[in-house]
Design a protein. Structure first.
Length: 371
């Protein structure tokens, strides 16, 4: 029997609610496969700060270090609540970026996916959704503006100033490009390179490195799009995209737009892949506006578990079953509140009901060992 240690970081806001549903699914996967998951819960984010003064406590670091993979819920507070925490200890700066840096999780895969029969969840017109949306955004996750040197102070004119550095070296760019090109090879062999080389020199180097590496993948057609144009085209013609590669901040913003064209950020899971260890998290935040109401959509969290099974544990078959089970629940006419307006022709269900229905569906499917 295979034995895996998994660190569970529930996080803040809706984190614990959606994590609970993800764990239900994970327990069922364990029950029906020759695998043991040893789950250890650890404090992380604003809740950890309020408990012990540190958003990424040493004990959590040690649990993550020992784990084979990490499942992380969203972290963060509302704009007003955030002010209760010193800037450098606020959840993203104090926990999320250090987690990414610790495990060097440079490749972030964010599927933006909606099958045709769930097209009614999208705010886009049916003729634009067409046969469904099926994109993977590959976001560089440990470089660029978010990780560059930062400086604040008062300048010679007595004005407060801030300086943040956007830095990439060619090796950082090359490794994410290889990931994106390999992924393109396994899909439609079209890679959209998202950049801003008309303004940013970082994008000029980004494009140069891609051009140097691309000949190693002669079958992949590369299309270059400026990030601003890409934002428009995602709304006007998402069907043209398959794999999109982009630097850290572009990926942060465009992938939220990806959630928008699907109908909700609640449909956005992700995998953060490092050379030795990976972690899995929804793309969205802690949704303080709906926390504690049992109305969050746990698809993003359960989908992150599916991505873990595929990428960390070689269980792509069970991962596929989970996707099918979740989409099957929606296919039966159910909806979580984020995806449908009151009065829509759907059967509205809560967070926990969605999890239970996914478990029922999965139970009815034969387990698939291995990829
Ligand atoms: P958010 O992503 O939390 O929420 C934006 C909107 O999407 C809200 O209306 C919310 O209700 C909705 N939403 C998000 N996830 C949902 C789900 N699973 N089901 C239903 N609806 C969902 O963004 P925000 O409000 O700008 O940020 C809240 C906090 O989250 C902030 O502190 C921010 O810094 C943090 N944040 C954390 C992460 C992370 O942990 N990786 C990512 C983004 C934002």
């Amino acid at each position: 029997m295979r034995h895996y240690k998994i660190a569970l970081l529930e996080g803040d806001g809706i984190g614990p609610e959606i994590m609970k549903e993800a764990v239900k699914v994970l327990k069922l996967v364990e029950k029906r496969n020759d695998v043991k998951f040893e789950l250890t819960t650890a404090d992380f984010g604003a809740s950890a700060y309020f408990k012990c003064g540190d958003p990424f406590p040493e004990e959590t670091k040690a649990i993550c270090d020992r784990a084979d993979a990490i499942i992380k819920g969203p972290i963060g507070l509302s704009h007003e609540e955030s002010k209760k925490i010193p800037v450098d200890k606020q959840p993203e700066r104090g926990a999320l970026l250090p987690l990414r840096a610790r495990f060097n999780t440079y490749a972030n895969y964010r599927p933006v996916s909606l099958p045709k029969d769930l097209g009614h969840f999208s705010p886009l017109k049916p003729e634009i959704v067409g046969d469904g949306i099926d994109i993977i955004m590959v976001r560089e996750l440990v470089g660029g503006l978010y990780f560059g040197d930062k400086e604040t102070g008062v300048n010679e004119q007595g004005l407060r100033y801030v300086k943040e550095t956007l830095e990439y070296d060619e090796a950082q760019i090359a490794r994410i490009m290889h990931q994106a090109l390999k992924l393109s090879m396994s899909r439609k062999k079209v890679l959209h390179n998202i950049h801003k080389s008309n303004v940013l020199k970082s994008s000029v180097l980004w494009n140069e490195v891609l051009e140097e590496i691309a000949p190693e993948y002669p079958e992949v057609e590369i299309k270059h799009i400026l990030v601003d144009a890409a934002a428009t085209l995602l709304c006007l013609n998402p069907g043209q995209f398959d794999v999109m590669v982009m630097e850290n901040m572009f990926g942060d913003i465009l992938s939220d737009q990806g959630g928008g064209i699907l109908g909700s950020l609640g449909l956005m899971p992700s995998a953060c892949i490092g050379p030795e260890k990976s972690y899995y998290e929804p793309s969205h935040g802690s949704a303080p506006d709906i926390a504690g109401q049992n109305i969050a959509n746990p698809y993003s969290m359960i989908g992150s578990v599916a991505m873990m099974l595929e990428h960390s544990f070689d269980m792509a078959g069970e991962a596929r079953n989970i996707w099918n089970a979740m989409q099957g629940v929606f296919g039966d006419g159910y909806s979580t509140p984020d995806l449908s307006r009151p009065g829509a022709d759907v059967k509205m269900i809560h967070t926990d009901e969605f999890g239970e229905k996914v478990v029922e569906k999965l139970q009815a499917m034969p387990a698939v060992a291995g990829p």
